[in-house]
Ligand binder design. Structure first.
Ligand code: URA
Length: 211
C-alpha cells in the first residue's frame, strides 16, 4: 500500500504578513472608495517598521495630500511640538491616518476638509489593520473621534473617555483630542487645551516607560 504523502504541495499555507513597503505600494493604487478620485495621492503612514508607538489621525489634510506624508501641515506642527514637550521623539513613532485620501470640498481656490463617512473609514480599514500588524506596536494612540471610533468602537466618546487605556491582545490603546480641534479653539482657550493634550502624550510616554 502506498504511504500517504507527508507534504501536499498544493495545500494552502499561511502567507507572511505584508511589509509596510508592500502595503504602501498596494495602497497607492487603492480604489476601495471614491476618495481617490479627487485626492492627489494616497497618504500612507510613515515611521519605523517596528515602532513601539503608533499614532493614528483622521485623514490627510491639504498639506499632507500635496506632500504625500501624514501630519506635515499645521496639525502636524502642533503634534510635533507636543511630542517634544512630552519627551517623545517623532522619529521613533509610526504616524498614520484612519483614512488615506484627503476628503474635501472645493471652495474657490481652497479645499475644505470634510469628515469621512463610516463607509470610507471601513473601506480604508484593511490598510490600517495591515499597518498595525506590520508594525506590531505596544501602544496605539487615536487622535480625534474618527480614529478613536475606528479603533475603539463607534460608541467611543473622546470628550469623555480621552486618556483611558484599553488592553487588546497585549496592545494598549488610548485616545485624545485631534490637534486640528485645538487649532480651532479661541486664542484664550488654546493654551490650556494644548497643555492637556501634551499631558495626554506624557501619559503615553509613561505607558511606554512601563512596558
Ligand atoms: N489631520 C490628520 O488627521 N492627519 C493628518 O495627516 C493631517 C491632519
Amino acid at each position: 500500500m502506498d504511504e500517504p504523502a507527508l507534504f501536499d504541495a498544493t495545500a494552502r499555507r499561511p502567507q507572511p504578513a505584508p511589509s509596510l513597503e508592500e502595503l504602501a505600494a498596494t495602497a497607492a493604487g487603492c480604489t476601495n472608495c471614491d476618495l481617490y478620485r479627487h485626492a492627489t495621492q494616497t497618504v500612507f503612514g510613515k515611521g519605523p517598521q517596528h515602532a513601539r508607538l503608533v499614532i493614528v489621525g483622521e485623514q490627510p489634510g491639504d498639506a499632507e495630500d500635496l506632500a504625500g506624508e501624514p501630519f506635515v501641515g499645521p496639525s502636524g506642527r502642533l503634534l510635533d511640538r507636543a511630542l517634544v514637550d512630552a519627551g517623545i521623539d517623532r522619529g521613533t513613532v509610526y504616524v498614520t491616518n484612519a483614512v488615506k485620501h484627503f476628503k474635501f470640498t472645493p471652495r474657490g481656490k481652497r479645499r475644505i476638509h470634510q469628515t469621512p463617512k463610516s463607509e470610507e473609514i471601513k473601506a480604508c480599514r484593511p490598510w490600517l489593520d495591515g499597518e498595525l500588524v506590520a508594525v506590531g506596536p505596544e501602544v496605539v494612540v487615536a487622535l480625534g473621534a474618527t480614529a478613536a471610533k475606528a479603533l475603539l468602537g463607534p460608541s467611543f466618546r473622546v470628550s469623555v473617555q480621552r486618556g483611558e487605556v484599553f488592553d487588546r491582545d497585549g496592545v494598549r490603546y488610548t485616545a485624545t483630542l485631534h490637534p486640528s480641534a485645538l487649532l480651532r479653539l479661541r486664542d484664550d482657550e488654546r493654551d490650556a487645551a494644548v497643555a492637556d493634550f501634551t499631558d495626554d502624550l506624557r501619559a503615553v510616554a509613561a505607558l511606554l516607560g512601563d512596558a
